[in-house]
Design a protein around this ligand. Structure first.
Ligand SMILES: C[S@@+](CC[C@H](N)C(=O)[O-])C[C@H]1O[C@@H](n2cnc3c(N)ncnc32)[C@H](O)[C@@H]1O
Length: 362
């Protein structure tokens, strides 16, 4: 195989080494953001009109020398702004721009990127698991990665801003029933911490949602979240394998959000979803908006999908002789699984989202 490079060897070395340097810098800056989030350093800075390191130190309860160094680090990283860099260090005031506060502090905002910072410590755990898993190839259960809170933090703003606004309306028969105030029964398989189910229940007082997930820690968190949201009377969560062939139901809508690529037995899960839905019920799959095929160069989103696949999703989908789908679930794969599960039609819904693609199966 020959590769065609238009640049010289020296330029390639320089470009590639520069690329890795920038990745290292990005990782270190992300880790410092995570540190700031864990210590609660952004909230006092937001809307405060500029704090000195002594003020941040006393408001956040941290050592002043660290406050000073971290604020300067955040300023050079472009997270906060400094009023006058030529002032003596103790007199400089640092502010968090409102736009950055939205990204770092509003968990429900579509712009929220707080979970991205939590990826920095999480990858250490994932690398430790995957180092031996790459050799063994036996797969690893979802729970081993301790990802459920991070997963929920990533999907929370998506559900808050898209689920009831554009995803359900793309299933018009279900949306009509919800709008009419009919009692609509919904099942969600692989519900994780249950935030999608809770979001629907909060919007629609007549919706009843049952969430199923294999991961006990996720189900426990989901139950607690439903109680806090005041919807536990209409939302139930159970530990259950969604590929269990005994699953039967009479649901108006059966949905699976960002889970099909993770499951050991995707065809079994789709068969269960078919069995859970009423005859005229809807089956909705939401999964990654991958490219149609492997291609280089790839979009940043596709690159992120691959990075999660090799560090997590592929291993989860390989567990117990699983199908080994991985994060890069492509439309052709969804069609193949759906056909094997007995669905004749796979319709890609006309819904824009940078990460997700919606499939209606019938
Ligand atoms: C990537 S998470 C998505 C969680 C949630 N739907 C969300 O969007 O935040 C995938 C979920 O699928 C669950 N899962 C994997 N295989 C499953 C199975 N066979 N039955 C039920 N849940 C399963 C995992 O435990 C995990 O909670």
């Amino acid at each position: 195989m020959t590769y065609e490079f238009v640049t010289s060897y020296e330029t390639q070395v320089e470009e590639f080494s520069g690329k890795l340097f920038r990745s290292c810098l990005a990782t270190m800056e992300l880790a410092n953001i995570e540190l700031g989030i864990r210590l609660g350093l952004y909230a006092p800075l937001a809307g405060a009109g500029g704090l000195t390191s002594a003020e941040l130190s006393s408001r956040a309860g941290i050592n002043e020398r660290y406050a000073s160094e971290w604020l300067e680090q955040q300023a050079v990283a472009g997270v906060v702004v400094v009023d006058d860099q030529d002032k003596p260090a103790a007199l400089r005031r640092f502010a968090l721009p409102d736009a950055h506060a939205l990204v770092l502090l509003d968990d429900d905002s579509d712009a929220c990127m707080k979970p991205a910072a939590a990826v920095a410590p999480w990858v250490a755990k994932a690398i430790a698991i995957m180092e031996s898993e790459f050799k063994e190839g036996s797969g690893a259960p979802f729970g081993l990665f301790d990802l459920h809170d991070l997963q929920a933090a990533f999907t929370r703003p998506v559900f808050a801003n898209h689920l009831c606004q554009s995803w359900l309306p793309a299933v018009p028969d279900i949306q009509a029933k919800l709008d009419a105030g009919d009692r609509v029964r919904i099942a969600e398989v692989g519900c994780g911490e249950g935030l999608a189910a809770i979001e629907i229940a909060r919007r629609y007082a007549h919706a009843q949602i049952d969430g199923y997930d294999l991961d006990y820690a996720s189900v426990k968190a989901a139950r607690a979240a439903a109680t806090i949201a005041g919807v536990s009377g209409r939302v139930r969560f159970d530990v259950r394998d969604a590929s269990d062939s005994e699953l039967r139901g009479n649901y108006d809508l059966v949905m699976a959000i960002e889970m099909l690529h993770d499951v050991r037995d995707p065809v079994g899960v789709l068969r269960s979803m078919k069995a859970l839905a009423k005859d005229d019920g809807a089956v909705l799959i939401v999964d990654e908006r991958t490219a149609e095929k492997f291609s280089v160069p790839a979009s940043e989103m596709e690159r992120l999908f691959y990075s999660f696949s090799t560090l997590h999703c592929l291993a989860v989908s390989m567990y117990e002789n699983g199908a080994g789908t991985g994060t890069l679930i492509r439309p052709d794969t969804v069609r193949r699984y759906a056909n094997e599960a007995g669905f004749a039609n796979v319709e890609i819904l006309d819904v824009e989202h940078p990460q997700f693609r919606l499939y209606r199966l019938s």
